[in-house]
Design a protein around this ligand. Structure first.
Ligand code: DGY
Length: 325
């Protein structure tokens, strides 16, 4: 009998067929996210779970999945998975670091330019047939990234890749990292100084208990009037209510790829604001990056189901402890 694995998101048929040559596959193919109840039911007797950000994997689900040997997520972030529970149960969690660095860094820079040069707003303006005169000297004026100070919150691989790109624009770079890190041309500062001194603050840190609301109401208030907040990390890095207040007053601008609640609910205040560029969590959304992520996730799944160590494991400590009894 083949071991069972659950695929908690819709994937192309050829991938499911490939998996079915090795496993009994319970694959979700709904257009919405798999519900917690369905996931819990599907995991009965399953040894592997392939999932993504849209499917939270709670401690209760992990505790009930008594046969589970591996969780493999098609993402670098693992904040949708109850990591302490997985580790406590001795279940390795595979993720996909590395392969999405460049795509995400590109998108962060794209959002910086879109926000500072008001690109989305200008595009909408043209589509609304508001362009009734030719060139106008004061039309949709923005600010120059080349003259800006850009503050990077988090100097891991993505923050560093953003810095590498921005060097070409000639802007001043300042940054903060949880553990001190030296990056060429990035002046290290305290977190508060980064918020205070940057014209553009860009968030590149993982979401943890420590970094939740790292862009707090107090820090947003420190930002210069007219400054821009960029978030391609996780929605919960920002106190969204405070950001809504700052954007509503017109004091700040923002470029956001991630939100506290995804998808963004209808009638969310952001939707009515012109000074925020909104994207649907597409930082890693290029053909080659998504295919590399899937490849790594499948390798992790196969390794875990064969009782082998995962090549990209978010909780490697599971391999250095006594099995959970
Ligand atoms: C991740 O991998 O964590 C991104 O947010 C989605 O690609």
């Amino acid at each position: 009998m083949k071991p069972k694995c659950v695929v908690a998101l819709a994937l192309p048929d050829d991938i499911i067929e490939r998996l079915a040559t090795r496993y009994e596959v319970a694959a979700w193919n709904g257009s919405d996210a798999m519900s917690q109840q369905r996931l819990s039911d599907a995991l009965a007797g399953a040894e592997g779970l392939l999932c993504a950000l849209s499917t939270p994997v709670s401690a209760t689900i992990i505790d009930q999945a008594t046969e589970l040997k591996v969780i493999s997520t098609i993402s670098v972030g693992v904040d949708h998975i109850a990591m302490p529970a997985a580790t406590r149960c001795g279940i390795p969690v595979g993720h996909t670091p590395g392969v999405l660095v460049d795509s995400t860094a590109d998108l962060a820079v794209a959002l910086m330019l879109a926000s500072t040069r008001r690109i989305a707003e200008a595009d909408q303006w043209v589509r609304e047939s508001q362009w009734t005169q030719g060139w106008q000297s004061d039309l949709l004026l923005g600010t120059d990234i080349s003259q800006a100070t850009v503050g990077l919150v988090g100097l891991g691989p993505i923050g560093e890749a953003v810095a590498r790109r921005l060097r070409g624009f000639g802007c001043k770079l300042v940054g903060w990292n949880r553990t001190p890190r030296v990056i060429e041309d990035v002046e290290p500062m305290t977190l508060d100084q980064v918020f205070e001194q940057a014209d553009v603050v860009s968030l590149h840190t993982a979401l943890t208990e420590e970094t939740r609301h790292i862009a707090s109401r107090e820090r947003l208030a420190l930002m210069r009037t007219g400054a821009t907040l960029i978030n391609t990390g996780r929605g919960l890095l920002v106190d969204e209510h405070a950001l809504i207040d700052e954007l509503g007053s017109g004091r700040l601008r923002a470029g956001l790829d991630v939100f506290r609640e995804e998808p963004l609910p209808p009638h969310h205040p952001f939707l009515a604001m012109r000074n925020v560029v909104l994207l649907p969590h597409v930082g890693s959304a290029t053909l080659s990056t998504r295919s590399a992520m899937l490849q790594r996730a499948l390798e992790n799944l196969n390794a875990g189901m064969s009782d082998l160590p995962l090549a990209w494991c978010a909780n490697p400590e599971v391999y250095h402890r006594e099995p959970y009894i």
